[in-house]
Design a protein around this ligand. Structure first.
Ligand SMILES: C[S@@+](CC[C@H](N)C(=O)[O-])C[C@H]1O[C@@H](n2cnc3c(N)ncnc32)[C@H](O)[C@@H]1O
Length: 239
């Protein structure tokens, strides 16, 4: 499939079902456990680069009224809640929101967060925020939905507001060995759960120039950086 071929709504629904079913095992990927354990050296590299992303997020200092899109199980929600005056956290999966809420309650931060279920392919912002964050979401937005999604992000930011996102660089050891990466340019990939069930989802790796152009079309001046192996980071300001 070509990168810009429209992705059917049924595939986006399958992507939602995948993340609902994966909620309880999601953190294994981020913590390099189970199928995602690549041995001490690569695991240490991963965790060091997560630290670099966290340092970049701390430097961006997302304060005030902050919005997190596709919040998932809450690794980033916990960090955002520590600096935000108020955090709104959206996700399509009630299962991930439940895990996220429990994490924030354990950290004593739940009273700063308003969780809500939302399908980001239909979502429009209710107001303009000081900052918008999304982790490992942009690569799940197909090309034919990118401008609509980024238009909504632009509308969710006040002039001068900050966007910060992190996503995957294309690297075999970023995922599990039983989940080969999509071919270059192919927007779809197959994911597998621990119980063997498989799902087709969107995973679109994009280069810096393509991303800067796309955000620019939505009124956001974007800078893209990367850690050495695993992560791409975008920071930008609404014009
Ligand atoms: C790769 S996870 C990232 C989670 C979290 N941001 C993190 O970095 O840990 C993608 C998230 O997108 C959510 N998601 C999938 N389809 C969605 C949709 N259409 N609208 C909103 N969220 C969706 C999933 O439930 C999942 O929590």
């Amino acid at each position: 499939m070509e990168a810009n071929t429209p992705v059917p709504a049924a595939t986006l629904a399958e992507q939602q079902r995948y993340y609902r079913a994966r909620a309880a095992e999601y953190d294994e990927w981020f913590l390099r456990r189970g199928r995602y354990d690549h041995g001490p050296e690569l695991n240490a590299r991963w965790h060091a680069e997560v630290g670099q992303v966290q340092d970049a997020l701390a430097r961006a200092a997302l304060t005030g009224d902050v919005l997190e899109l596709a919040c998932g199980t809450g690794w980033w929600t916990e960090r955002l809640a520590a600096t935000a005056g108020h955090l709104t956290a959206l996700d399509a999966a009630p299962e991930t929101i439940a895990i996220n809420r429990a994490r924030l309650e354990a950290a004593g931060l739940a009273d700063r967060v308003a969780f809500a279920e939302a399908d980001l392919f239909a979502w429009r912002p209710d107001r303009a925020y000081d900052a918008v964050f999304f982790g490992f979401w942009l690569s799940h937005v197909p090309d034919d939905r990118l401008d609509a999604f980024l238009g909504a992000v632009g509308a969710a930011l006040r002039p001068g507001g900050t966007v910060f996102w992190v996503d995957s660089l294309r690297n075999e050891s970023g995922t599990a060995p039983d989940q080969p990466l999509p071919g270059p340019g192919d927007p779809l990939t197959q994911r597998r759960l621990n119980d063997g069930r498989t799902f087709r989802i969107v995973k679109r790796f994009r280069g810096r120039d393509e991303l800067v152009d796309a955000f620019g079309r939505s009124g956001i001046d974007l800078t893209v950086t990367a850690t050495p192996t695993y992560f791409q980071i975008g920071t930008g300001q609404r014009r």
